[in-house]
Design a protein around this ligand. Sequence first.
Ligand SMILES: Nc1nc(=O)c(N)c(NC[C@H](O)[C@H](O)[C@H](O)COP(=O)(O)O)[nH]1
Ligand SMILES: [Zn+2]
Length: 159
Amino acid sequence: MWEALDQAKQSPPKPSNYRVGALLVDGDTGEVMVRGYTLELEGNTHAEQCCLMKAAQAHDLPEERVGEVLPPNTVLYTTMEPCSMRLSGNLPCVDRIIRTKDANGKPLVKKVYLGVKEPEKFVGENKGRAKLEEHGIECIHIPGLEKEILEVATAGHEK
Ligand SMILES: Nc1nc(=O)c(N)c(NC[C@H](O)[C@H](O)[C@H](O)COP(=O)(O)O)[nH]1
Ligand SMILES: [Zn+2]
C-alpha cells in the first residue's frame, strides 16, 4: 500500500476530488504491473481508471479490453476504495473494474486492496464494495495508513 500512496502524492491537488494512488499487481508473483494516480492521464481521470487505461494503451487496446493482456489473477491496490458514483457523472471505477473481463469472461480484477473507505464528502456513502463483492471481487481493507492516505487525498481541499 506504501507504493500506492507514493503514487497518490504525485496527483495534482484539487478541491473537487481526492488524490488517490493505485497499482495493478500480478496476484501470483506480486509484481507491480501498472501504477497510476488521480489526473495522471488527461481528462478528469481517477487513479484506478489510469491503471486500466495505461495497461490498455500499452497494447493499443481500449480500456475495457485490457483483461485480454493482463494475468487472470490480477489484483488492484488503491489507497481509497473505488468510487461507485462520481459528481462529474463519469463512469465510476467500480463499473470499470466489473466490466473488465479476463480471458475466461470473469472480472479481471479478483481482489481489491483498499487503504481507506471513501469519506462521505462528495457522494455520501460509497456502496461500491458491496457491488464488487456481488461480482465475486473480494475487497480487503489494509489498515495502518489511514491518516497518511487521507492527508494526501484531501490536500487540495480548503482547510
Ligand atoms: N477511488 C477514487 N479514486 C480517485 O482517483 C478519486 N479521485 C476518487 N474520488 C472520489 C470522489 O467521489 C470523486 O472524485 C468526486 O465525486 C468528484 O467526481 P470526479 O472525480 O470529478 O469525477 N476516488
Ligand atoms: Zn473512481
